[in-house]
Design a protein around this ligand. Structure first.
Ligand code: SAM
Length: 219
């Protein structure tokens, strides 16, 4: 079927992503290829390629395209990596990661979102993403270590289980801060000691809450 949104998608990559300094060619190609509108509700499908986050079910959001690009670029993927995502949401970020890494493990705490995302990814013939329903603040111990970890919900602090599951040399990207605004942080694990981390500030951001035992409380 002809992709009616292709023109909008190419424009999105040019004006929102490339123009803001994202240069990873594999990432730009992936964002040109993945049909973001399939991850957005029919009622707001015309806004799919807007320069903003959009609401999805269960009062959650699909992140702004530029934020997806910025976080993904920070993972420095070459195609061989095992990546953990916390916060599957719509499944869009997972679809991008699937094109850039070897295998993606994605955790979502809300079952209906996980089911919908799984169905969408399978429908797009994406088979290197595993989606699990759980509290992602514990990570995915059976599959650790990960070369990249991406947390797509805002955390009060860096969850210890995640740094423990990061490979030496691995990159972890996470919004950390208050409930309304956070700082996007990149951590690179430098040695066997999980606290031996290089820290980089990627700028301000605003995410929905990371809710869990190593995140915010549900109430
Ligand atoms: N990456 C998503 C996408 O591409 O659509 C956007 C994620 S949305 C901003 C944040 C998601 O994190 C929500 O779906 C929310 O339910 C989920 N979440 C929050 N706390 C979580 C936790 N402890 N474990 C797993 N998922 C969590």
């Amino acid at each position: 079927m002809m992709d009616l949104y292709r023109k909008q998608r190419l424009k999105m990559v040019e004006t929102q992503i490339r123009a803001r300094g994202i240069a990873d060619r594999r990432l730009l190609k992936a964002m040109e290829a993945v049909p973001r509108h399939l991850f957005v509700d029919e009622a707001i499908i015309s806004q799919s390629y807007n320069d903003s986050p959009l609401p999805i079910d269960e009062h959650q959001t699909i992140s702004q395209p530029y934020i997806v690009a910025l976080m993904t670029e920070a993972l420095e993927l070459t195609g061989k990596e095992k990546v953990l995502e916390i916060g599957t949401g719509s499944g869009y970020q997972a679809a991008i990661l699937a094109m850039l890494a070897d295998h993606v493990f994605s955790i979502e705490r809300i079952p209906s979102l996980a089911t919908k995302a799984r169905r969408l990814l399978e429908g797009m013939n994406i088979f290197n993403v595993a989606v699990r329903v759980a509290d992602g603040t514990y990570g995915w111990r059976d599959e650790a270590p990960f070369d990249g970890i991406i947390v797509t919900a805002g955390a009060p602090a860096l969850p210890d289980p995640l740094t423990a599951q990061l490979a030496v040399g691995g990159r972890l990207v996470i919004p950390v801060g208050g409930r309304f605004t956070q700082t996007l942080m990149k951590y690179t694990r430098l040695s066997e000691d999980p606290n031996d981390l290089k820290k980089e500030n990627l700028g301000g951001c605003r995410f929905v809450d990371l809710i869990g035992d190593h995140g915010w409380r549900a109430d």
